[in-house]
Design a protein around this ligand. Structure first.
Ligand SMILES: [Zn+2]
Length: 205
């Protein structure tokens, strides 16, 4: 029996019970970190506490109003930054679909992937590889979902500033997550996750 208000899977429709499936307005991003992607098949009720009451990001916002631009000026702990490169940085997603869900983001306020220059393109790829290696070292995931949601229609929460998602996956993680979400406060979980990944990332060097 599914508790009232609990997301449930409906054949042919995807997850329901937390707004219409595929409705991007349910997945707004909060200032400072994060933009969810379209991986709505994962059951992550812990996200609801953070979705409620948060400010809606301004789509097409100028760099001054862009969360991904503002993170650059924050200290690593507050911004959930894992590593900073020359042209890109790695940051934990504030609304993770799984523990360790991070993003690789160019410093430059660029919306379209083809607009990245050669150095940004290379470092985005390099950081994505390092993110996988660090995550494997820290948490031994069984697989990953990696990619860019290009444009709001594709699920980008902050479409004006592109970001590559790196989502670790474990067998049965859709069942595992509610347990984690229900037993720990997410900010604490995120801080601990960040520390683990920073340590693992440093050990790669
Ligand atoms: Zn930006």
């Amino acid at each position: 029996m599914t508790p009232a208000g609990t997301p449930r899977f409906e054949a042919g429709r995807g997850w329901a019970g937390r707004g219409e499936a595929g409705d991007a307005s349910d997945f707004e991003a909060q200032d400072g970190v994060g933009a969810p992607d379209a991986l709505q098949r994962l059951w992550t009720p812990h996200r609801m506490a953070y979705i409620k009451g948060e400010s809606k990001p301004e789509q097409g916002a100028a760099p001054g109003q862009c969360p991904f631009c503002r993170i650059v000026g924050m200290d690593d702990a507050n911004g959930l930054v894992i590593a900073r490169g020359v042209t890109v940085y790695a940051v934990l997603n504030l609304y993770p679909y799984n523990p360790g869900h991070l993003m690789v983001v160019p410093y430059r306020h660029v919306a379209d992937y083809p607009d990245l220059n050669a150095q940004e393109t290379t470092e985005l790829a390099t950081f994505t590889q390092r993110a996988m290696l660090a995550t494997r070292r820290a948490a031994a995931p069984h697989g990953f979902n990696i990619g860019i949601n290009q444009g709001s229609v594709a699920g980008a929460g902050i479409a004006a500033h592109l970001h590559q998602h790196v989502v670790p996956r474990w067998g049965g993680d859709a069942n595992f997550m509610p347990v984690v979400g229900g037993t720990k406060v997410l900010p604490q979980l995120l801080a601990e996750t960040r520390t683990l990944l920073v340590d693992a990332w440093t050990e790669l060097s």
